[in-house]
Ligand binder design. Structure first.
Ligand code: GRF
Length: 217
């Protein structure tokens, strides 16, 4: 997969986490690295674009490098350039959006080709954008879930790495559904990062598949 981040020559892939909120997906990733569920990766820096987020506080408590780069009132290209510089200063080779609630500029996407991941709380291409779980619940779907995908210049659109599905229960409301999807997100993001950094998968057209079709799981 040209340009994508893999654990080359034994050096761990350096993750840059971007977030805007509570950071539960970031914490799930950090836990997976600590416990060896994700191999060949380390968190190089955590960046929040919003002040006083739970995610930034957690990064501080874990002793991880972190930065607050406030986006409010800033032009996107200018703020994104600042983030690119910070990620490059920390030698990041895989960017993981973990509840980062701001669109990225084409310049940012181009700076990390095939090396930006996002998690979205719906089974894409259904329900892109904000409040995906509530959109899915209101639509009346019987199956919901989450998607981890590469980021391209379109919203919630890049190549899908993996998805996890759950049934919508008769007893669900939009909140309980979102809570149950979040449990799946925490599993899915670590699994997806593990696949990407393993170097065993490649992008073919819109498919993320094993490099060697004869290899078994
Ligand atoms: C998650 O639902 C994620 O799918 C979406 O934003 C939310 C972030 O939650 N992109 P958290 O900050 O990781 O807890």
């Amino acid at each position: 997969m040209s340009g994508s981040a893999v654990a080359a020559g034994g050096a761990p892939v350096r993750l840059g986490i971007l977030l805007s909120g509570r950071g539960s997906n970031f914490l799930a990733i950090a836990h997976s690295i600590r416990t060896g569920r994700i191999k060949g990766a380390q968190i190089a820096v955590v960046i929040s674009n919003v002040a006083e987020t739970g995610g930034l506080k957690a990064a501080q408590e874990l002793g991880l490098p972190h930065a607050l780069l406030i986006s409010r009132g800033r032009k996107r290209p200018e703020h994104d350039a600042e983030m690119i510089a910070c990620l490059q200063a920390h030698q990041v080779n895989l960017v993981c959006l973990a509840g980062y609630m701001r669109l990225l500029s084409p310049e940012f996407v181009a700076a990390f080709p095939n090396s930006i991941l996002n998690i979205h709380p719906s089974l894409l291409p259904a329900f892109p954008g904000l409040d995906a779980q509530a959109q899915a619940f209101a639509y009346g779907v019987k199956v919901a879930g989450c998607t981890v995908h590469f980021v391209d210049e379109h919203l919630d659109h890049g190549v899908i790495i993996l998805q996890r599905a759950i049934p919508v229960l008769e007893t669900d409301d939009a909140h309980s559904l979102a809570d149950r999807i979040l449990v799946e997100e925490h599993q899915a993001y670590s699994e997806a990062i593990g696949k990407v950094v393993s170097g065993e998968y490649e992008i073919r057209e819109r498919r993320f598949v094993k490099c060697n079709p004869l290899a078994t799981d």
